[in-house]
Ligand binder design. Structure first.
Ligand code: 6PG
Length: 248
C-alpha cells in the first residue's frame, strides 16, 4: 500500500517522463493481453504529456489502446472546459486511434444518465459481473490545490461511494455536477500516476504526502494491488522535507 515519489527538474521533463511511462505500460499490456486500457486525467498539467504522446510516440500500437477518462465536467464534448476536448485536441485527433477505442463520458447528458452509461461502458469493456472492479492498466491523476483528484472533491458525496464504479458528483464550490470514477476503481488499477507540476502544488503536496492522518481526497488513492507513483517537478516537490515512507 506504499507509493513511490519521483521528482524531476522541470515541467518538460515531467511531461517526457509521463509519456515514457505511458509508452512502457502500453507496450507491456499489449504484449501480455493484446490491449491497453488507460484513464486520462483532465485539467492543464497532462496537456503537455498528451502532446508529447502525439508527437514522439506515434509508433505506439494505437489500434490496441483504449482511452477512458478519470472524470469529466458536466459539459458537451466541444465545450472549452471538456476534458475530452483537451485530450482530443492534444492527442486523440493526432494519432491513428480507432474511434471505437475512445470511451468518452457522454457528459452532455443529464449527469446521472452519463454516469450510468459510463458504468455500463466499463461493465462491457472489462466483462464485469456483479461487484467486480475494472482493473485499468494505467490511470493518470492530477491533484487540485484543495486535495481533490479526478472529480472527488472534499466534502462531496462520491467520496463515500463504495459500490458504483462511476458517480455523478455534485461539486458545491463550482455549483455543478461532475462525472467521476470512484475510489474503488482508482484503487484497483494496476498503476496510478499522479502528475503535479509547479510551485502552486507544493503546499498541498507537502500535506497530502505527509505520513499520518488522511485529510484530503487524494490520500484515499491507496492501490489494492498495484503501483502508485507521484511524479512531480522540482517546484511542486519543493516543500517535501520529511522522510518519505518506503514502498511496502
Ligand atoms: C479535472 C481533473 C482534476 C485535475 C486537478 C489538477 O477534471 O480538472 O480531473 O482532478 O487533475 O484539478 O488540475 P491541473 O492539472 O489543471 O492543476
Amino acid at each position: 500500500m506504499g507509493f513511490d515519489i519521483k521528482i524531476v527538474p522541470d515541467a518538460m521533463t515531467l511531461a517526457r517522463t509521463a509519456a515514457q511511462q505511458f509508452h512502457r505500460v502500453a507496450e507491456a499490456a499489449v504484449q501480455e493481453r493484446g490491449r491497453f486500457s488507460v484513464a486520462l486525467s483532465g485539467g492543464n498539467t497532462p496537456r503537455s504529456v498528451y502532446s508529447l504522446l502525439a508527437s514522439e510516440h506515434k509508433e505506439l500500437p494505437w489500434d490496441r489502446i483504449h482511452i477512458f477518462f478519470g472524470d469529466e465536467r458536466h459539459v458537451p464534448p466541444d465545450h472549452p472546459d471538456s476534458n475530452f476536448r483537451m485530450a482530443s485536441e492534444s492527442l486523440l485527433s493526432k494519432v491513428p486511434i480507432p474511434e471505437k477505442n475512445i470511451h468518452r463520458i457522454h457528459a452532455e447528458l443529464d449527469a446521472e444518465a452519463a454516469a450510468d452509461e459510463y458504468e455500463q461502458e466499463l461493465v462491457n469493456f472489462f466483462y464485469l459481473r456483479n461487484h467486480d472492479w475494472p482493473r485499468f492498466d494505467l490511470i493518470f491523476l492530477g491533484l487540485g490545490e484543495d486535495g481533490h483528484t479526478a472529480s472527488l472533491f472534499p466534502e462531496s458525496k462520491a467520496l463515500a461511494e463504495t459500490s458504483r464504479r462511476v458517480a455523478a458528483n455534485w461539486v458545491e464550490k463550482f455549483k455543478t455536477f461532475r462525472i467521476t470514477l470512484t475510489f474503488p476503481v482508482l484503487n484497483h488499477a494496476a498503476e496510478v500516476v499522479f502528475l503535479a507540476s509547479g510551485a502552486g502544488k507544493a503546499e498541498i503536496l507537502s500535506e497530502v504526502l505527509r505520513p499520518g492522518a488522511r485529510k484530503y481526497p487524494a490520500q484515499s488513492v491507496q492501490l489494492e494491488n498495484g503501483r502508485l507513483l507521484w511524479l512531480l517537478d522540482q517546484d511542486a516537490g519543493s516543500l517535501l522535507r520529511f522522510a518519505i515512507p518506503p514502498k511496502l
